[in-house]
Design a binder for this molecule. Structure first.
Ligand code: G4P
Length: 525
């Protein structure tokens, strides 16, 4: 048997994240994909692990929750000669900067939309991060087994709310109880619901019609579908693989994760159209994934589930070459050499030691405190380049923190510094009072912070909630006199100044009064 070259292995990788608003059906779809990949045997394996409601004050529960995010962070399976890596983007209470950063480590994204609800908040935020990277975005309109929004309206939302053009790969014939199937424009066939595999597909003729002998043609829903297909052909966007790969056009699939309808067709098309590992920009220009030298970057650091061990797991996206366990690498930021002897890969609910991995893959590295988020690792004894810094994300929720016991200042500082380095929370200091202010994308991060300060650093903290704020960084210098309770001037941990505005109104009012102060949102730069 011919052995696969490293290059072949790299080109077989498809690494993506599923983005969605909570409850749109991400877990259900992931599970179906894993079933097709043969990684799990029963539906419910991934889903059953969702702890659902948990008492946020219960540290063990949070640990459990976080543990789950560790083990299910990356799911790998093989399908049709492709090696697929799905990266989890935690939602619900676990939504954090990590969720955003995960999107810097993928080559494409699958956006799941609940067709009964349309485009929701969290989807918009995650979409924008993908959009900025220009990665291809595949859309799965879910829950067609329920009566949802009109499909044309859903397409209009994609364009109006997200500003992305779309190309429906298939089109629903009815919905809810009367969902008969989809008209597949890509494979030129009709795929029917609740029909055995051998009869499920009806091939269409050159004009895109089903043979009249097919029962489905008797339905008014079929006629309606044909009318809409005609409309799409005349007024809709043209299919363009190039535009899909540039992230300008999203292919849209209608289906139902729960009843497993349309998922396999989606997967088949996805593996055809989705890109292999892409080059990544560095201080030395673009680095091709097929370059021989090993390189990668850390996009996430997660503390060990067991508080008795302070070690952490750093998640590395391999960007070029091949990883072999035991190899020596250099951390570009520090020049420090490290032997990578403890490495993990994740498989649904399991993790195991990984001996070999290639560009496109994600591995977990044991981290005794060596790495920081955004670090570049390069094979051998010298680091010739660094990958671009990871984007900064704008926190939305803020708290003030102090140590309850002033004698514990030293541990307080230490814990604060280390936990901020992990990147789930951002640290600010108010200019006059030098208060410690923490900002996060999701509320859970504060609770995790409080518990870890106590559990790992033995420091009780006092939290004073500040609520949600709009943070805008300042370009250049700014007078400290402009700081007020509604527009609080703070410094981030890199000493850059930013204002925390009470609300949108306060932001606009400030801009009107101070047109010379240049403000920016790092997520929009
Ligand atoms: P998430 O990971 O995006 O948060 O969503 P998840 O898959 O957990 O799905 C959220 C809810 O939507 C679940 O119902 C799930 O069964 C349901 N769902 C997912 N896909 C479909 C679909 O295609 N059709 C329909 N009708 N429902 C779907 P739940 O009641 O919250 O959970 P459960 O009690 O069923 O487990």
């Amino acid at each position: 048997m011919k052995t696969e070259s490293t290059k072949d292995k790299i080109l077989s990788r498809r690494t993506f994240a599923i983005i969605s608003h909570p409850d749109a059906g991400k877990t259900t779809l992931t599970e179906q994909l894993l079933l097709f990949g043969g990684v799990i045997r029963d539906a419910g394996t991934v889903k059953g692990k969702k702890t659902g409601k948990f008492a946020t004050s219960d540290w063990m529960e949070i640990e459990k929750q976080r543990g789950i995010s560790v083990t299910s962070s990356v799911m790998q399976f093989q399908y049709k000669n492709r090696n697929i890596n799905i990266l989890d983007t935690p939602g619900h209470q676990d939504f954090s900067e990590d969720t955003y950063r995960t999107l810097t480590a993928v080559d494409s994204a699958v956006m799941v939309i609940d067709s009964t609800k349309g485009i929701e908040d969290q989807t918009i935020k995650l979409f924008q991060v993908c959009r900025k990277r220009g990665i291809p975005i595949f859309t799965f309109m879910n829950k067609l087994d329920r009566i949802g929004k009109d499909p044309l309206e859903l397409l209009a939302e994609l364009e109006e709310v997200l500003g992305i053009e779309s190309y429906p790969m298939n089109w629903p014939i009815g919905m809810g109880k009367e969902f008969l199937g989809v008209y597949d424009r890509f494979y030129n066939r009709i795929e029917q619901v609740r029909v055995e595999e051998k009869d499920r597909y009806i091939d269409l003729d050159e004009e895109g019609r089903a043979p009249e002998s097919a029962a489905i043609t008797q339905s008014g829903l079929y006629d309606k579908c044909l009318e809409e297909i005609e409309l799409l052909s005349e007024a809709g966007n043209e299919f363009s693989e190039e535009r899909i790969l540039n992230g300008e056009l999203t292919p849209v699939f209608f289906g139902s994760g729960l009843t497993n309808f349309g998922v396999q067709t989606f997967l088949d098309t996805y593996v055809e159209l989705a890109p292999p590992p892409q080059p990544r920009h560095s201080t030395e220009g673009e680095i091709e994934p097929t370059e021989e030298a090993f390189s990668g970057f850390i996009f996430k650091i997660q503390a060990n589930m067991n508080p008795a061990h302070r070690d952490r797991i750093a998640f590395l996206r391999i960007c070029s070459g091949k990883f072999e366990r035991g190899m020596n690498v250099t951390v570009a930021r520090t020049g420090k050499q490290v032997k990578l002897s403890q490495s993990t890969q994740f498989m649904a609910d399991d993790r195991h030691t990984v001996d070999e991995a290639v560009a496109g893959d994600i591995i977990g590295l044991y981290d005794p405190g060596t790495y920081q988020i955004g670090d570049t690792l390069i094979g051998g004894g010298k680091a010739q380049f660094q990958y671009d810094r990871l984007p900064q994300f704008t926190p939305e929720l803020y708290i003030k923190v102090t140590a309850k016991n002033v004698m514990k200042q030293k541990q307080f500082q230490k814990g604060l510094t280390q936990l901020v380095q992990e990147g789930a929370i951002q640290l600010f200091r108010s200019l006059h009072l030098e208060e410690y202010i923490l900002g996060a994308v999701g509320q859970l991060q504060f609770e995790v912070f409080e518990h870890r300060m106590k559990g790992e650093y033995n420091v009780d903290i006092t939290i004073q909630p500040m609520g949600s704020k709009i943070a805008r960084w300042v370009e250049g210098e700014v007078s400290e006199n402009l700081s007020s309770s509604r527009s609080l001037l703070v410094r981030d941990r890199y000493e850059n100044k930013a204002f925390l505005f009470e609300n949108d109104f306060a932001l606009r009012w400030f801009q009107e009064k101070n047109p010379d102060v240049k403000l920016y949102n790092p997520m929009e730069v």
